[in-house]
Design a binder for this molecule. Structure first.
Ligand SMILES: *Cc1c(COP(=O)(O)O)cnc(C)c1O
Length: 427
């Protein structure tokens, strides 16, 4: 397999784009390799500029649940272009997508559309702080909620519970308002509430994290979070930017029967165009400008092309049998991978939620970020590179989810399992 054109382009790009990319994970640093530059995508395949064709399990990091260039989505967007690409004024499309989203998320009574998951999480945190009149927030190690200052924070060391910046440029004065707890460890949350019973505005969590690789909630963790929040007057915010519409027409909050105060969405609801959203209870949402004093705005928010792609995607997902097929395709793939790992005696753990999953190269259970970090990254790197050589494009990091789409066929799965077999042999 040749990557000469991509390698050349990367050199050119590196001079003018930091690292040659516009989002870090795309640079393939974690797997010791260079990224192919993509020229087009269709269905389950992506095509690079060197003429390689891959079965794609990144799906633009989640949005492409119907596969690339789904005819219904593509047609709708093409038609929308002819009607103008942005007005900066309200449109019927925003109302239609809002109604679809609220139908899928009964916990949400109102919603605001933004342009990314980052913006959604940033907006919802401001609203939670304003509503509760409290400044501190709790997040979990290994969960990702975009790159805003308050959320790019890690746990402080030793005795202090105050968060510290997880990136240069995040002021320590901002980071100290973010506490970090351990996913699946309800005591780590309880301790923070006991230390600061009247200071915590909200707990934000990926109900099923995908950003440390897929990790499943254990022992009613989410229900316990909800009741802790209730006890201390804090809001529970479920960040379903990734998990939303991945398991069912709605969120994993439906499956785990959680009624959060607020929810963040993104990825799938934009059908491959830039859309994020946050929403929840009316009494909270009504504080948002212009109906309330909490400021939030966006020149391109509710963009007609983006709304159109979102509507077309959700309408497809709503059709009968779509999730049954998507989940059964995912099961076939996961069962095949697990069987082969077992046969080979490979230390590996597979975690699956709906149509997303992660194969961790570790022999101990993964319930939180430090468990995930026990994975053998060298093995993962080898596995990744071998899969790429065999025309399977996986997320280039152990700490990411693999995304299956409705465009993946039985033939794709068979080819993928064949590549897995070869890759397992090589590591
Ligand atoms: C991807 C993601 C975000 C950030 O969304 P962007 O559109 O990349 O800004 C936030 N939260 C979760 C759970 C995500 O997976």
């Amino acid at each position: 397999m040749k990557f000469s054109k991509s390698s050349k382009l990367l050199e050119r790009a590196k001079n003018i784009l930091p690292g040659g990319v516009n989002s870090p994970v795309r640079a393939f640093r974690a797997v010791g390799s260079n990224p192919p530059f993509i020229k087009k995508a269709k269905g389950s395949k992506i095509y690079d500029i060197d003429g390689n064709i891959f079965i794609d399990y990144v799906g633009s990091w989640g949005p492409m649940i119907l596969g690339h260039c789904h005819p219904k989505v593509a047609e709708a967007v093409k038609k929308a272009v002819d009607k103008g690409t942005s007005y900066g004024a309200p449109t019927p499309l925003e109302v239609e997508l809002a109604e679809l989203v609220l139908e899928a998320f009964p916990s949400m009574e109102m919603v605001r559309f933004v342009n990314s998951g980052t913006e959604a999480a940033m907006g919802v945190i401001r609203l939670a702080r304003a509503y509760t009149k409290r400044d501190r927030i709790i997040k979990f190690e290994g969960c990702y909620h975009g790159h805003s200052d308050s959320l790019l924070v890690k746990a402080g060391s030793g005795a202090t519970t105050l968060g510290v910046p997880d990136s240069p440029g995040v002021p320590a004065d901002i980071a100290k308002n973010t506490y970090t707890a351990v996913y699946n460890d309800i005591n780590s949350v309880k301790m923070l509430f006991e230390k600061d019973p009247e200071g915590i505005a909200c707990v934000i969590v990926e109900p099923v994290p995908g950003n440390m690789g897929v990790v499943l909630p254990q022992n009613d963790f989410l229900k316990k979070l909800k009741s802790l929040c209730e006890r201390y007057g804090a809001l529970l915010i479920l960040d379903e930017v990734m998990s939303g519409f991945r398991s069912t027409f709605g969120g994993v909050q439906k499956l785990y029967e959680i009624d959060p105060d607020m929810t963040c969405l993104g990825k799938v609801i934009g059908g491959g165009l830039p859309v994020g959203a946050f929403g929840g209870k009316k009494k909270i949402m009504q504080n948002l400008s212009p109906s309330g004093p909490v400021y939030q705005a966006g020149t391109l928010s509710g963009n007609p092309l983006a709304m159109t792609a979102g509507i077309a995607t959700l309408k497809e997902l709503k059709k009968k049998g779509v999730y049954e097929k998507l989940l059964s395709t995912t099961d076939k793939l996961c069962n095949g991978v697990e069987e082969m790992a077992k046969k080979k005696g490979l230390p590996a753990r597979l975690a699956k939620s709906g149509s997303m999953f992660t194969l961790f190269f570790t022999d101990s259970p993964v319930h939180n970020y430090s468990d995930a970090k026990k994975s053998n990254l060298e093995k993962f790197g080898k596995y990744f590179r071998k899969m790429l050589e065999n025309c399977v494009y996986l997320p280039p990091s152990q700490f990411e989810a693999i995304f299956v789409s409705t465009a993946h066929t039985d033939k794709d799965i068979a080819k993928t399992l064949d590549a897995v077999k070869k890759a397992f042999r090589a590591i």
